[in-house]
Ligand binder design. Structure first.
Ligand code: IPD
Ligand code: CA
Ligand code: CA
Ligand code: CA
Length: 269
């Protein structure tokens, strides 16, 4: 992607993310319309929908030849990643948004012919914007994030894990391996927003994030930002991510990535 064009898209994306965040913040105490999607705990609100519509309009008005892949369905039906594709999660961490009124983020990744060029994650209530352009490093607000340490071993690491896939019925992963991993780690955390978990890995607050089911909009921005500080982002079995389908994800500092995947994660077919 042409550098000048990339800079322009970045500045627009950033302005829209901040504007959308402001609207959410200003309406945080308004009455919510809460609906459920695939199950009673899969929530969506009018704010998720309005925010995605806001991005759909901005992108369509400014860049009619770009595509939008969004969680709430106001974008395009995408079959491949040719051209410029915006991958948007209008509110990542909707459950936190509803129950806690904090700990949620807007996530925007811009891809050109399948390559992640721009990533933005906005922690709305904290007013913290994580951003990256491919090859130019990652930022927390205006501050450049340092490269991640490659020193700290697994037994001194904190990994974000979602405990819901550790329940006995969970079909994704062998539990003995996960038990051994939890024993080996210094500790685990679960924040309830994939985008923020990526941002915290990039910031060095977490050493890694392992999850069994993410959609493209959950990690489109986060994977770009984590890679810009030297982290590794793949499927849990170390294969390349598939941006068009549901996937497992392991994002971490480079020195523990292979060890977690190879020695502990045994995915069930
Ligand atoms: C969810 C959050 C959550 C993750 C789920 C996602 P949403 O996104 O990122 O942390 O565990 O897999 O679906 O629905 O709040 O945008
Ligand atoms: Ca959702
Ligand atoms: Ca999400
Ligand atoms: Ca969402």
């Amino acid at each position: 992607m042409d550098q000048q064009k990339k800079n322009e898209i970045f500045e627009n994306a950033k302005a829209w993310v901040l504007e959308a965040g402001e609207r959410i913040k200003n309406n945080i105490d308004s009455p919510r319309s809460i609906e459920t999607k695939s199950n009673p705990n899969d929530l969506v609100t009018e704010m998720d929908q309005e925010t995605e519509q806001f991005f759909a309009k901005k992108i369509n008005d400014t860049y009619p030849d770009h595509y939008l892949l969004g969680e709430e369905g106001f974008g395009d039906e995408i079959e491949d990643l040719g051209g410029t594709v915006w991958i948007v999660d209008p509110i990542d961490g909707t459950m936190n948004f509803v129950h806690q009124k904090r700990n949620f983020a807007i996530s925007v990744g811009v891809y050109f012919d399948g390559v992640g060029e721009i990533g933005l994650i906005y922690n709305v209530m904290d007013g913290v914007l994580y951003s990256a352009k491919r090859g130019e490093g990652a930022y927390r607000n205006e501050e450049k994030l340092p490269q991640l340490s490659e020193e700290r071993p697994l037994n001194q690491s904190i990994l974000a894990l979602n405990t819901s896939w550790l329940i006995p019925e969970n079909p994704h992963v062998d539990h003995k391996g996960m038990e051994d991993l939890v024993k080996k780690l210094r500790s685990t955390r679960s924040y309830g927003s994939a985008a923020l978990e990526f941002a915290f890995v990039a910031e060095g607050l977490l050493d890694g994030y392992l999850t069994m089911t993410l959609m493209p909009w959950d990690y489109a921005a986060g994977s770009i930002i984590v890679r810009e500080v030297g982290g590794i982002v793949t499927r849990a079995d170390r294969e390349d991510l598939d941006l068009l389908n549901k996937t497992t994800v392991l994002a971490s500092r480079s020195n523990i990535h292979e060890e977690i995947s190879k020695d502990y994660v045994r995915l069930k077919k």
